[in-house]
Ligand binder design. Structure first.
Ligand code: NDP
Length: 666
């Protein structure tokens, strides 16, 4: 190299940079040796320094601890427990940036830095290329415990609160929960960095597919988008998405499946968001022959778990993997972070986990709401049960609304006010929140609910869950009841007939002995929700035994704590409770509610029945609890009948051996 020429250019660059004020950056650009800069950020206690140093070692890069770059006055302030102002941070950030640039021009660098606000990050990375952000997230308890266990750390744990309050979570960063070990975290970071270099395919740009693509686009993933072309109906859908959304402006749009697959390189990763059943079958038949070994398809549809397993079998010989991925959260969840329940080959999951973890919602403990559920179709199975619990919750809220509106003749505003009050308590849930808003909504100056046709719709998951419960012999009658309530609502012909012959009348609570009040409804609502969740988790437990799935209820409840439709304060409690028992109704919190609110359940069922207010799911909960409560059930007669006509046998009650008996009944 002509060093004379080189030093002259350096001289001019220095002169020029005096004007623009960033010598090192210009030098680095000029030398052409700009290497990666990996900022690893988080609040105190997140472990950024230890993990940053380990990552640097693993990647063969330099390491800088940004805390060491603080001016003396900042350190004194922090020691005294005084939070730093933005002004205090400017000279520090400039120094960190300058060190980053010079280190990156030599070797590439990992920098551990709190960088809690977006403006700090903007300042650090402005005009730099090849900058990667890694964010160590976590809940207060983990971080606090870690800080408390440290010796000679100059950041008192009390400042953690102010750091967490200041923290603006970075959208595009690789986000890792701080609870993992150093080795695990470093491995996850490296995997994420590798995957981020790949182009990810999204198929099916309907409501959900488009929202998921935008979610990933916002997080800096490189995407190829594919939608089928139906002449005159669906044309250039992918191109339209790229045009419509800035976060998709760098995505490649396709309506040709061959070109789409080609854009994904040698081991394509494809997220499919199509209607389950025929459409998915048809598309897989087109796609599979085009894929090379190592490809991973993630099926995000609401597929029946057995179909997922059928598809997994179908591709066995192709060395391609198909992961079933239950997605919950609707369009908003898909955009902002859904809950994901994934199953299939574990190694394939590990490969795409960084993508799914970054797509998912984050719960109150800093965990991504994405979990590997187990083998086969277990992810879609768990999503099916999620939807069944959702059916139960929705029906219960509809009944509670019905009792207040019809039985107690309350106006919509008054009902919404009650729901709002409940929402401030441990009854808080996403579904209660939207119900409150719906009840409060006026359309053409009238409560919107007075204008909507009462025929309730359904797709498939509710029926599958009821069918599965029956098939596995798990008494989860609330799912069937919630489903039947929808079927009955849609059976106009029979409804008209019955109304005519049985004299339809108002459902007001005026009958003798019928008393219902708001407090009683609240207690019953609390209890029935617990029973509904009990049945859902019991069905998962039964399926896991039956199908040989190694399923963690803690992980499932944790995933359902955010992003999904059944997220609630109750789910937070269940996630804790499953650490001690697999049975919802055996958790101390739930047991107490079952015991203390049972009398109200009896009273409410009685009053509503006398007043002819339909409460199918509340009654179902009551009837099933009541049966469990009996020392001896009348099912003795069923045993005798079965033996009478079919010689099926029975057992004597006092026979501890349980030998099968048969008598000659005639
Ligand atoms: P949409 O109807 O909005 O979108 C369906 C997508 O699939 C469209 O892009 C459509 O293309 C494409 N498609 C339909 N048939 C075919 C076919 N035969 N071949 C190729 N592509 C086809 O549905 P959603 O986005 O709401 O749902 C997608 C999946 O996500 C479903 O399985 C659904 O159950 C599941 N899901 C939906 C949720 C929701 O809240 N909506 C929540 C969780 C899961 P085109 O535009 O050309 O018709």
């Amino acid at each position: 190299m002509d060093t004379g020429w080189h030093s002259k250019v350096h001289y001019f660059l220095r002169l020029f940079s005096k004007v623009v004020g960033d010598t090192d950056l210009l030098m680095a650009y000029f030398s052409g040796e700009m290497r990666g800069i990996y900022f690893i950020m988080g609040v105190a206690g997140s472990g950024k320094t230890t993990i940053g140093a380990a990552l640097a070692q693993q990647l063969g890069l330099s390491f800088i601890d940004a805390d060491d770059e603080h001016p003396a006055e900042n350190i004194e302030k922090m020691k005294a427990g005084i939070p730093l102002t933005d002004e205090d941070r400017v000279p520090w950030l400039q120094k960190v940036r300058s060190r980053a640039i010079s280190a990156s021009s030599q070797n590439g660098v990992v920098i551990a830095c709190s960088a809690l606000k977006q403006v700090y990050r903007n300042l650090l990375e402005e005009n730099l290329i090849n900058v990667h952000w890694i964010f160590l997230d976590g809940d207060w308890s983990v971080l606090h415990e870690r800080l408390n266990s440290r010796k000679n750390h100059y950041m008192p744990a009390s400042l953690l609160h102010s750091q967490l309050a200041t923290l603006e979570r970075p959208e595009k960063a690789i986000r890792i929960n701080a609870k993992h070990s150093v080795a695990e975290t470093v491995e996850m970071i490296i995997r994420s960095l590798q995957l981020k270099k790949e182009r990810i395919g999204i198929v099916g740009l309907g409501v959900m597919g488009k929202a998921l693509a935008r979610n990933l686009g916002n997080k800096g993933w490189q995407l190829s988008l594919y939608n089928r072309e139906v002449k005159g109906i669906e044309e250039l859908v992918a191109q339209q998405s790229v045009n419509d959304y800035p976060e998709l402006s760098t995505a490649l749009p396709f309506n040709d499946i061959h070109a789409f697959v080609k854009s994904l390189g040698s081991s394509p990763y494809i997220f499919m968001m199509l209607p389950a059943g025929e459409a998915t079958d048809h598309f897989l038949n087109l796609l599979i022959p085009l894929l090379s070994p190592g490809a991973i398809i993630i099926d995000g549809a609401n597929a029946f778990y057995a179909d997922t397993e059928k598809h997994q079998q179908q591709i066995l010989g192709h060395h391609i993997h198909l992961l079933g991925c239950g997605v919950s959260g609707g369009e908003q969840g898909a955009l902002e972070g859904p809950a994901l329940m994934v199953s299939g080959d574990k190694k394939a999951y590990d490969k795409v986990a960084p993508l799914l973890l970054s797509m998912a919602a984050v719960n109150g403990s800093g965990n991504s709401c994405c979990a590997y559920i187990g083998k086969g179709g277990s992810g879609h199975y768990v999503k099916m049960v999620h939807n069944a619990i959702e059916y139960g919750e929705m029906q219960l809220l509809a009944e509670v609304y019905g009792i207040m509106r019809n039985g107690l003749q309350m106006e919509e505003e008054a009902i919404a006010a009650i729901f709002d009050e409940w929402q401030q308590t441990e009854l808080h849930s996403y579904l209660l929140g939207i119900t409150q808003q719906i009840v409060n909504t006026k359309y053409n100056h009238k409560p919107i609910l007075s204008l909507i046709n009462d025929k309730a719709s359904y797709k498939g998951t509710g029926a599958w869950a009821a069918q599965e419960a029956a098939f596995l012999g798990e008494p989860a009658g609330m799912f069937a009841t919630a489903l039947n309530a929808r079927y009955i609502s849609a059976n106009t012909r029979l409804r008209n007939w019955v109304q005519q012959y049985l004299n339809s009348h108002d459902q007001v609570v005026t009958q003798k002995n019928a008393t219902i009040d708001i407090e009683q409804i609240k207690l019953v609502y609390t209890l029935v929700r617990i029973w509904n969740h009990h049945q859902g988790f019991a069905l998962i437990t039964k399926a896991a035994e039956q199908y040989g799935w190694d399923i963690s209820l803690v992980a499932i409840a944790d995933v359902w704590r955010a992003g999904c439709i059944i997220r609630s304060s109750l789910m937070d409690k269940l996630a804790e409770g499953f650490a001690h028992t697999n049975m919802v109704s055996a958790m101390p919190y739930c047991k107490e509610i079952l015991a203390s609110n049972y009398a109200d359940l009896v009273q409410l069922v009685a009053s509503a029945t006398l007043s002819e207010i339909p409460i199918p799911i509340i009654s179902e909960a009551y009837q099933s609890i009541l049966q469990y409560k009996q020392k001896k059930l009348s099912t003795t007669l069923i045993q005798a009948q079965r033996d009478f006509f079919g010689a099926h046998g029975f057992q004597w009650e006092d026979d501890i051996e349980g030998a099968i008996q048969h008598i000659d009944w005639v």
